[in-house]
Design a protein around this ligand. Structure first.
Ligand code: SAM
Length: 237
């Protein structure tokens, strides 16, 4: 796995920018993921090469799209740590918070952080739409990121409330990211976001092009948001 990750990082133009130990750490993370996946549902991917490409390199590619040095970032619906933990390994100056509704996954992520000697990673257990009402979390992160959690209109309501005015929300999407962004105009205007673009990037060796949707937060979250989960789901903005 390490050779694939190293070659992919080189193809993305990132190899010279990341810590020398990062490719080995990502390979070890992948090994731990596939091992734990035998007893806990973490990923549908079971092949090491696919895990290297579609998890590690897909998330790594985000660093070609935005500069995350020294940023305070929350990964909403992190699951098995994607994209947050990959970004932390590649950019250690990141102040990372991993949020998920499933405590077991966060417990395992704690074990991964210990095994890889990653310090300062905050793990938050709970529903995004509830936690973003808490002072210290609401309107406070430089960046919120999410991958494979929900369609963009729903995701905006789960993620934008965490972002400080002037900060960025990054949604990792497949090839349909641009269309989702066009359909999310109502959500953006309700939540104080403005589209900043949709950047396509290749996933090395995977013959797929993914898209990062970038949304700038330009005003604090209005008091009525986010709504309760049933409402968010039933009537997306
Ligand atoms: N982001 C990871 C990835 O790309 O592999 C995980 C994706 S997984 C399909 C979706 C994750 O989001 C699950 O772990 C789930 O528990 C979490 N999730 C979904 N809705 C959530 C919410 N409203 N609040 C907190 N976590 C949520």
């Amino acid at each position: 796995m390490e050779a694939i990750i190293r070659a992919g990082l080189s193809q993305l133009g990132l190899l010279d920018r990341v810590p020398p130990e990062a490719p080995g750490q990502l390979a070890e993370y992948g090994r731990l993921l596939l091992e734990k996946n035998r007893v806990m549902n973490l990923t549908a991917i079971t092949d090491p090469e696919q895990a290297a490409r579609l998890h590690m390199l897909d998330c790594a590619a985000l660093l070609t799209v935005c500069d995350l040095r020294g940023r305070r970032l929350i990964d909403v619906g992190t699951g098995a740590g994607f994209p947050g933990l990959v970004l932390k390994i590649l950019e250690p100056s990141l102040e990372l918070t991993l949020l998920d509704g499933l405590a077991k996954r966060l417990d395992w992520l704690g074990e991964v952080c210990a095994a890889l000697r990653l310090e300062g990673v905050v793990r938050l257990h709970g529903r995004a739409e509830e936690l973003s009402r808490e002072p210290g979390l609401r309107d406070s992160f430089d960046v919120a990121a999410a991958r494979a959690v929900a369609e963009l209109r729903v995701l905006c309501e789960l993620c934008l409330p965490f972002v400080r005015p002037g900060g960025l929300f990054v949604a990792m999407k497949g090839p349909g990211g641009g269309e989702e962004l066009a359909g999310a105009a109502g959500a953006l205007s309700a939540l104080g976001g403005a589209p900043e673009g949709c950047r396509s990037y290749p996933v090395p060796g995977a013959e797929v092009t993914h898209q990062a949707v970038l949304i700038r937060k330009n005003a604090p979250t209005p008091p009525g948001y986010p709504r309760r989960w049933a409402r968010i789901q039933k009537a997306p903005l």
